[in-house]
Design a protein around this ligand. Structure first.
Ligand SMILES: NC(=O)c1ccc[n+]([C@@H]2O[C@H](COP(=O)([O-])OP(=O)(O)OC[C@H]3O[C@@H](n4cnc5c(N)ncnc54)[C@H](OP(=O)(O)O)[C@@H]3O)[C@@H](O)[C@H]2O)c1
Length: 230
């Protein structure tokens, strides 16, 4: 049963799937905090916040000073769902031979290390039966990689998955830890040819998280709630 008075924190909520998650939880009457990197120009989240219920905070996950500052601002907050959605892709790094060291470093930092630093920084605010989730990708499945391509992106999400599992082991207890594959979704990242719209993916993810509540340990799931092979 969700702790409906506790906060849902969505990190990386200016647009795309993060904004969709905020919209979904706010539509359920939940208290939601969403983060954006900048308030200028105002983002989709700012437009949603103007309608009430949603609070906007600033955070670039690659800046540890900003992570610490937000953690301090949210001290005392009871978080029911911590969802780190922020992530990037890079078409210049489609194959390993094509990828620059700079592209590799940027993808690994933004998609793996920084999301986990956010998880580590905010985990103690999550209620004992709450949910810690990060946006992974079906491309992050090592077991299902039979087509290659987007190779550094895949590796970054596989690294994220591995660190989430380590976190879940260390966290122990009743904590539910989820790596989430949202499907291929029409966003700036997914492009116009993707089969899923944001609302379909995020509605499914929110339902899948609710269904997993109370199941301790780490799982890799898709937007329909099905398990994905690690
Ligand atoms: N779309 C898909 O088909 C698909 C499939 C599998 C997985 N995913 C994953 O789903 C997540 C969301 O993707 P999306 O499709 O919604 O992409 P998107 O439209 O490009 O949005 C990416 C979001 O991440 C934020 N972000 C990027 N770098 C950040 C940083 N350093 N600090 C804080 N926020 C940062 C962006 O903020 P700004 O607006 O400031 O840039 C934006 O809110 C990503 O983790 C992505 O890898 C997407």
């Amino acid at each position: 049963m969700a702790n409906s008075s506790a906060t849902v924190l969505i990190v990386g909520a200016s647009r795309g799937l993060g904004l969709g998650l905020v919209r979904e939880y706010a539509g359920q009457g939940r208290k939601v905090i969403g983060t954006v990197r900048s308030a200028d120009p105002p983002t989709g989240l700012h437009a949603l916040a103007a309608a009430g219920r949603v609070r906007v905070e600033l955070l670039d996950i690659n800046h540890s000073d900003q992570v610490a500052a937000l953690r301090a601002r949210l001290a005392g907050e009871a978080i029911d769902v911590l969802f780190v959605n922020a992530g990037i892709s890079d078409s210049s790094a489609d194959t390993l031979p094509a990828a620059s060291t700079e592209a590799f470093t940027r993808l690994m930092l933004t998609n793996a290390l920084s999301p986990m630093r956010v998880v580590e920084a905010f985990a103690d605010l999550v209620v004992p039966d709450g949910i810690v989730a990060a946006m992974s990708s079906g491309l992050g499945s090592v077991a299902n990689n039979s087509s290659a391509g987007m190779e550094i992106y895949r590796a970054s999400k596989a690294a994220l998955n591995m660190m989430l599992r380590s976190f879940a082991v260390r966290a122990g207890g009743r904590r539910t830890v989820l790596a989430v594959a949202p499907g291929w979704v029409r966003t700036d990242m997914g492009g116009p040819g993707a089969p899923l719209d944001v609302a379909t993916s995020t509605r499914g993810i929110v339902a899948a998280l609710a269904a997993r509540r109370g199941q301790p340990g780490a799982a890799f799931i898709d937007h329909r709630g099905n398990d994905v092979a690690w």
